[in-house]
Design a protein around this ligand. Structure first.
Ligand SMILES: Cc1cc2nc3c(=O)[nH]c(=O)nc-3n(C[C@H](O)[C@H](O)[C@H](O)COP(=O)(O)OP(=O)(O)OC[C@H]3O[C@@H](n4cnc5c(N)ncnc54)[C@H](O)[C@@H]3O)c2cc1C
Length: 485
């Protein structure tokens, strides 16, 4: 039986990113994907700075950047087009070293992820391969899959298996865990169009039409791509809604038929759900397999990328015998509350768009002296897991900054790092990944603002521990020895 370090089920954005993160460490990975090609229906169009930082780690930003545009933000308007709420995305580089928000076309990302994977010798991608059975053993995972083209079944094994197999995950069902429905369920039509001419009168931002009669969304996508989404009433028939006649009639206040080509139209049930268990022995779920949210904030895929950024380094530490497998228990506890906050915020946003919301979308909403309301993006911390919960910096993302013209991220993408202020004078044991600030402006300001003299930062860029006083460095090293070496 062929043996791999890890098997990934599903080559969507979550599986593709995880495979790239593990490939960076030189592991042998088998990826099983049931489709022959990319998922053909319209889906994610937005991602954020934190996710771009992960793309940078796996080395796809140079080639992928040209397929993205910087997103200017979202406006929520009422049925008379009066602005109810603004959610601007300033054109400023954030703590993550990138713009806060980007627009893209999901197949462009999936192509870049696959292209990069092909550069690794120990990565095997098997398409047209449907997973049938997963056998979770004490020391290994066995898996049976069917190659549809050959009409043949195969058995393989690995140390770990990660199901990135989407909403109807077979991995999740074989783990015998259930999805908790968090309460939002609504059918929406999604229509992707390509403009045939310049349409300067179309908004340059996303517009959420908070109209109780027909809640809708307009997305300004990359190049000439534009998307409209609208809610479907329970009494409406899907065949009627998806007819060209109905859609062009809906679009008539924005577009004439000759001004765009309809690329795709489909119906989605927007839902909010969280799997109870994300790990069973050596088997994990990530991405849509573990959680679902309506797309109002454009965070579903982003959450999947965050999952695997959290999980990949922990699996690597176990595969390299740096840490025992207890480390893997922190995956669900850290990710669960973080993604739950995104889901709940997105649900409140959905209620706002449906004009039925009773509570504020987030606490990050303020009004200027003319009463104009504006919202800031949320940045939830990781849930309890590694590090000490009483440390208020633990679980926050550490900023990205340059040293010797390179991003320091590169120095700790594989190994946890200790970063201290220039005031630190003592020696640090050789086997510890270590960086001492040398007048780096961003870093100095971060130390000053946080009133800290040092941090331990994990390979996924989250803070494991903050150091208030340099005399505590040795104690903190001792406490976190297993993760620092
Ligand atoms: C209309 C819409 C708009 C959205 N917009 C955004 C957005 O702007 N930003 C954002 O972040 N998110 C957005 N999302 C959510 C985003 O598309 C998903 O969260 C994301 O695609 C999930 O990625 P994934 O890799 O976890 O799962 P998927 O993309 O579903 O990939 C799962 C893969 O597993 C394969 N698979 C399944 N079962 C098996 C099996 N048994 N054997 C082998 N392979 C299998 C599938 O073929 C598939 O390729 C949107 C969603 C919708 C519906």
């Amino acid at each position: 039986m062929r043996e791999y370090d890890a098997i990934i089920v599903g080559l969507g954005p979550t599986g593709g990113t995880l495979a790239n993160l593990l490939a960076l460490q030189g592991f042998s990975i088998l990826i099983l994907e049931k489709e022959k090609s990319f998922y053909p229906l319209p889906r994610a169009v937005h991602f954020d700075d934190e996710v771009m930082r992960v793309f940078e780690t796996i080395g796809i930003t140079n080639s992928f950047l040209k397929y993205t545009i910087i997103n200017k933000g979202t406006k929520f308007v009422d049925k008379k087009n009066r602005v109810l709420l603004d959610w601007p995305r300033p054109r400023e580089i954030t703590e993550n070293g990138w713009y806060p928000s980007y627009r893209f076309h999901q197949p462009d990302l999936e192509r870049e992820l696959r292209k990069k994977l092909k550069s690794y010798k120990k990565i095997k991608i098997k398409q047209s391969s449907v997973v049938k059975k997963i056998i979770n053993k004490k020391d290994e995972v066995n898996l049976i899959f069917e190659d549809i083209d050959l009409n043949k079944t195969f058995k393989v094994k690995s140390r770990y298996l990660i199901g990135c197999d989407g909403a109807n995950s077979i991995t999740r069902s074989q783990m015998k865990t259930k999805m908790d429905n968090l309460g939002f369920t609504q059918k929406w039509a999604v229509v992707d169009l390509i403009l045939t001419r310049d349409k300067k009168d179309l908004p340059d931002r996303t517009i959420q039409y908070s109209n109780p009669k027909r809640p809708a969304t307009y997305c300004r996508n990359v190049g000439k791509r534009r998307r409209w989404e609208f809610a479907i009433k329970k009494t409406e028939k899907i065949e009627t809604i998806l007819s060209d006649k109905y859609i062009w009639n809906f679009l008539k206040s924005w577009l004439k038929k000759k001004e765009a080509i309809m690329e795709r139209k489909t119906i989605y049930t927007f839902q909010s759900a969280l799997a109870k268990k994300w790990k069973n022995g050596r088997v994990f779920i990530a991405g849509d397999a573990a959680h679902l949210m309506p797309p109002f904030m454009g965070q579903g895929m982003c959450a999947g990328i965050r999952d695997v950024s959290n999980l990949a380094w922990k699996i690597s530490y176990c595969l390299n015998n740096i840490h025992d497998e207890k480390l893997l228990n922190s995956y669900q506890t850290e990710r669960f509350t973080n993604v739950k906050e995104y889901i709940e915020t997105t649900m409140r946003m959905g209620e706002f768009v449906n004009a039925v919301g009773k509570s504020q979308i987030t606490k990050n909403i303020s009004a200027d002296n003319k009463g104009r309301k504006s919202m800031k993006s949320i940045k939830p911390k990781l849930g309890n897991g590694l590090g000490e919960n009483k440390d208020k910096f633990r679980g926050k993302i550490f900023p990205q900054f340059k040293y010797n013209k390179k991003n320091l991220d590169l120095k700790f993408s594989k190994k946890t790092i200790l970063i201290v202020s220039e005031k630190y004078k003592k020696k640090i044991p050789k086997n510890i990944n270590f960086y001492k600030n040398k007048n780096n402006k961003i870093l100095s300001k971060y130390f000053e603002d946080s009133n800290c003299e040092g941090f331990i930062v994990r390979p996924d860029r989250f803070i494991l521990s903050s150091i208030k006083n340099l005399k505590d460095v040795n104690d903190i090293i001792k406490k976190n020895k297993k993760l620092l070496i």
